[in-house]
Design a protein around this ligand. Structure first.
Ligand SMILES: [Zn+2]
Length: 377
């Protein structure tokens, strides 16, 4: 072995010390050296200098007369793969840099650390990272997933028991999903949306699996069904509520089921919120006149900096107005008011339908928010 240092590089000249090498085709060890060649491997840096191994490698003749292969290059199993141009330990270090920083930034850091590598190579190293083995999934969820929103979509497969993504399929075709399911016979339960595509994929790829609707899609379906069912009888519901609204003392045909309103009414809540906003604006204005910057006013008032700037520009808190269109919720407004009073649901939010999925927000209008966008109930 020989070490050849220069100001910024170190070259280590070395050779394998084993007398024999095993043929990669038949596995028989051969002592018969055919020829020599020089193999260069980039290696981990030495004292801040770029290091390379210059290996005097051998070609061997296969000792097995029945083997197809006559000559083979000796393998360096613990050092590097057969065609690799970097040692395994350097590849490992560069792979970690790539995982942490990606191509361009990774290249800059690796060069600074005397392990120069190009961006594309770094990304290739990242792409060949072996994923930790995970047990075969039993309960999965499949859904659409955007490689680029609005442009192209793939399919995401999640292990719902381990809460891990197990696969990103390149498209959202039934055939692709069915093929994946056939390759994963361990799947017993599949949560999916209403898409007929996934339904078909499951029938083809995992006909014995139990299909379930996930919570979000279940609520979404329920909302649609309610919309269709109640929408048809809107006139009748409005007429029924007119009876409830009849002032006491008015003779009625039959005693209506009067829903109590012991708590604050929507109008009272609205006034209260308006007063609160006004108070906030006054405080904001005062701080602003004391030359406190918006970025400091925002945390003090529990608002975003953008809102503070908007209010200051507008010269006041914006007044929220109810949209002129009648809401589907109008028939239930009184019922909801009663619920706020009785159950202490706050006027600003209700988060009861699912931890991360939907909630009904009561501002000036009532809205249900879902992951797929917000929609008015
Ligand atoms: Zn052989």
């Amino acid at each position: 072995m020989q070490i050849l240092p220069t100001s910024d590089r170190v070259t280590i000249v070395a050779h394998a010390t084993t007398a024999r090498s095993a043929c990669p085709s038949c596995g028989v060890a051969s002592p018969r050296v055919h020829s020599y060649y020089v193999r260069t491997l980039a290696d981990l840096p030495w004292q801040g200098r770029v290091a390379a191994l210059q290996i005097r490698a051998r070609r061997f003749r296969c000792a097995n007369a029945d083997c197809q292969r006559q000559v083979f290059a000796e393998r360096l199993p613990e050092m590097a793969g057969p065609w690799a141009r970097r040692s395994e330990r350097l590849a490992e270090a560069q792979r970690h840099i790539g995982l942490a920083l990606g191509g361009a930034a990774g290249t800059r850091l690796a060069t600074r650390l005397a392990m120069p590598v190009s961006g594309p190579t770094l990304l290739r190293l990242v792409a060949t990272t072996k994923l930790p083995a995970s047990p075969p999934p039993r309960v999965i969820g499949i859904d659409e997933w955007a490689w680029r929103r609005g442009l192209n979509y793939g399919t995401i497969v999640c292990d719902l028991e381990r809460q891990q993504t197990v696969e990103l399929l390149p498209d959202r075709n039934a055939e692709t999903v069915a093929t994946w399911l056939r390759q994963h016979p361990s799947v017993e339960v599949i949560a999916r949306d209403r898409s007929s595509v996934f339904g078909r994929a499951i029938r083809e790829g995992a006909p014995d699996a139990t299909e379930v609707a996930d919570r979000w899609h279940l609520l979404h379906n329920l909302g649609d069904a309610l919309w269709a069912a109640i929408g048809r009888h809107r006139g009748a519901v409005a007429a029924a509520l007119t009876v409830v609204d009849t002032p006491p003392g008015t003779p009625a045909q039959e005693a209506p089921r009067v829903i109590g309103t012991t708590g604050p009414t929507l109008d009272a809540l609205r006034r209260q919120r308006s007063d609160e906003r006004q108070a906030r604006y006054t405080a904001m204005r005062r701080l602003h006149e004391e030359s406190v910057p918006a970025r400091l006013i925002a945390p003090a008032l529990g608002m975003s900096q953008r809102t503070v700037e908007r209010w200051l520009t507008a010269g006041g808190a914006p007044e929220h107005r109810r949209p002129p269109v009648a809401s589907m919720l109008d028939p239930f407004r009184r019922f909801l008011e009663q619920r706020w009073a009785a159950d202490g649901l706050t006027a600003s939010g209700y988060r009861g339908l699912g931890s991360e999925i939907d909630y009904v927000k009561v501002g000036d209008e009532l809205q249900m928010f879902g992951r797929g966008g917000d929609y008015l109930v």
